[in-house]
Design a binder for this molecule. Sequence first.
Ligand code: PLP
Length: 230
Amino acid sequence: MTGVARDTSPGDAATRLADIRRRIGMAAREAGRDPRDVTLIAVSKTFGEADILPLIEAGQRVFGENRVQEAAAKWPTLRARFSGLELHLIGPLQTNKLDDALALFDVFHTLDREKLALALVKAREKGRALPRLFVQVNTGEEAQKAGIAPQEADGFISRCREEWKLEIEGLMCIPPVGEEPALHFALLEKIARRNGLSKLSMGMSSDFETAVRLGATHVRVGSALFGVRG
Ligand SMILES: *Cc1c(COP(=O)(O)O)cnc(C)c1O
């Protein structure tokens, strides 16, 4: 193993990974859920290959990135070397980067507006395979944050399905900083349930156990796995 970065040894990465998995398992069992129904997305944004490799070698296969260009610089070579990698886009997507994003990502968590839905439809008409899709809901109704407003979510989801024939797998949210995340997770779960959606992308390093107790099927964990971002 070469290319060990900073103070992060491969053993440390494996230990952190095992610890996060153990905590996910405990939270799931506490809630009467099967831990296998929770997918851990290792959020590798800002981290390079030297930090990512130890996690891959420890068995992690699902990763998340928030920028298309950064992902394009890191992941094609890793994908060529390791089988079974799954890449999730968890950051906002500009339609002019859609082609690149389609080439890179298996899942988009940030379908958040009509313009992007229409661009996906157009890509499909050109023969592109579409990724699995999560609709991002702006549960805190924050002006600076992406996502569909909670009161508009039902309408947007049904337009995705009926008008645009986009298969929606689930919902995603990022609770406002400083607010009780459980309220936002519960709101997201409620919107998903009434729309017949079974997948929930919610919970980060500081609150993933709460998210799992409230039904998260995908937790997005960065700093607890990789260390603090520089
Ligand atoms: C960075 C990021 C995460 C991971 O955050 P941590 O607090 O480092 O776990 C999760 N979700 C999104 C959308 C992010 O941008």
